[in-house]
Design a protein. Structure first.
Length: 152
């Protein structure tokens, strides 16, 4: 789960209007997988959800998704009610993904799910399970490097 320092960083990042995450399209599997950066993500004002932009800014083919975390890790039942048919009991979706391309989000029709990885990155799966056209993305925090201090 996201830590409090991560939440603070995301809130700070939102104020600066810079992306908090990079989006990579993953083609292939294992050691042969190719990672291509295809977009960025910004936290929403609430700081819990993210708006994901896939494609170049201004491109009419650019897709926008809203990634909304489930409350599966909250409460005494550990989110048992958030599973969808066919989900493996060990691997439940961390978030639902909705199409937000036209700023009109239909929360009744999800377009995909996200799974939380051990390194706190998210695996985004857009499309139906088992569909050859399903898109697989990886959402990773932007690594910001500070310049070393000049020697006096």
């Amino acid at each position: 789960m996201m830590t409090s320092t991560t939440t603070t960083q995301k809130t700070d990042t939102a104020k600066k209007n810079v992306p908090s995450h990079e989006i990579f399209l993953i083609e292939g599997e294992g050691k042969d997988a190719k990672w291509n950066k295809v977009g960025v993500a910004f936290p929403t004002k609430s700081g819990t959800s993210h708006r994901v932009f896939v494609g170049k800014k201004g491109d009419p083919k650019q897709k926008v998704y809203l990634v909304c975390p489930n409350s599966q890790f909250d409460g005494p039942n550990n989110g048992e009610g958030n599973a969808r048919p066919g989900d493996e009991p060990k691997r439940k979706p961390y978030a639902n993904i909705f199409d937000a391309t036209n700023n009109n989000v239909d929360f009744k029709n999800r377009d995909g799910v996200a799974f939380l990885n051990r390194d706190e990155s998210l695996s985004l799966l857009i499309g139906d399970r088992g569909d050859a056209q399903q898109l697989k993305y990886q959402m990773r925090e932007v690594r910001r490097f500070k310049k070393p201090a000049a020697k006096a």
